[in-house]
Design a protein. Structure first.
Length: 61
């Protein structure tokens, strides 16, 4: 694995964390009333950016 592959992986990890944080903030601001729409939007964005390589585990209640 070259240096550029490592940087690409690091950038993807950071983008994923930022996406998850944005989803969490949106859910907090809407009181989780729009959770399914926020989740759909996040998944669509991740597909468009090529970040959908892993499935999210189901959330525990």
């Amino acid at each position: 694995m070259g240096i550029f592959d490592k940087l690409k992986g690091h950038g993807r990890d950071k983008a994923k964390r930022m996406s998850d944080t944005a989803e969490q903030k949106a859910n907090e601001r809407t009181g989780n009333k729009r959770e399914s729409q926020v989740d759909s939007a996040q998944q669509h964005m991740q597909r468009r950016l090529g970040m959908e390589d892993e499935q999210r585990p189901p959330e525990q209640p």
